[in-house]
Design a binder for this molecule. Structure first.
Ligand code: SAH
Length: 213
């Protein structure tokens, strides 16, 4: 597993693309600059790693498009040390971005094969999420709640209640909602019972699967 100057050069170009598309957060852009995205894909596909595109990672799943990862990460407005819950660990790339931004990351994946493979990869690459969970993201992860941010990286047909209830006051839930495409939706928890909702445009994700664990 190698990261070369050539890869670093390509990452700089990718960062430029993300800036041109409107990503402003320095923390997000520097995470993309640092993280060897090609190592989160099967070797042989590394030519695709630094294009701004989603890509299949096996088992019918995808590594999200860099712009989507950047957009969602920016929406979390996280500060170092914040507890963040990710639904859909997948390739682990988004997890690595959040770790690099200084978050305490908890992440859930329901596909056992991917869960195992990604857990190993993240540790090999030196990323240290607080906890990787094999389970159903619809339920969130109650034991470590509340979270400052929750990021859902699969298309949710509806907003799962546990995710709203596991948000800290002032916390942010970033979730693509709907069938195909999904509406990127931000919920900010204002009080125990009040949430402010903002819709931020259409995106395409693989589905958040229910009752399949
Ligand atoms: N964050 C990932 C995106 C992966 S695609 C990345 O950066 O690569 C979405 C992932 O969500 C898939 O790995 C899929 O298996 C997972 N997923 C789908 N339904 C889920 C559920 N109910 N609970 C947890 N993970 C789920």
């Amino acid at each position: 597993m190698k990261d070369t100057l050539k890869h670093k050069g390509k990452r700089k170009q990718l960062v430029k693309v993300l800036e041109d598309k409107g990503i402003l957060s320095r923390a997000v852009l520097s995470a993309v600059t640092e993280i060897p995205r090609h190592l989160f894909m099967d070797s042989g596909f590394e030519d695709h790693a630094y294009q701004d595109k989603a890509f299949p990672i096996g088992a019918g799943q995808t590594i999200s498009q860099p712009y989507t990862v950047a957009f969602q990460s920016e929406l979390l407005q996280l500060s170092k040390g914040d507890k963040i819950l990710e639904i859909g660990t997948g390739s682990g790339y988004q997890t690595a971005v959040l770790c690099t931004m200084g978050a305490k990351v908890f992440s859930i994946e329901r596909q056992q094969e991917l869960f195992k493979k990604t857990k190993l990869l993240l540790s090999k690459l030196g990323y240290r999420p607080k906890y990787l969970s094999f389970g159903d993201g619809y339920k969130g992860l109650e034991e470590f709640a509340p979270y400052k941010g929750i990021i859902v990286t699969a298309g949710a047909p509806y907003v799962p209640k546990p995710l709203l209830s596991q948000l800290a006051i002032g916390g942010r839930l970033v979730i693509p909602v709907g069938d195909d495409p999904q509406m990127m939706t931000l919920f900010v928890r204002k009080t125990e019972t009040q949430f402010e909702k903002t819709e931020l445009g259409e995106f395409r994700f693989v589905p958040l699967l229910e009752n399949k664990n």
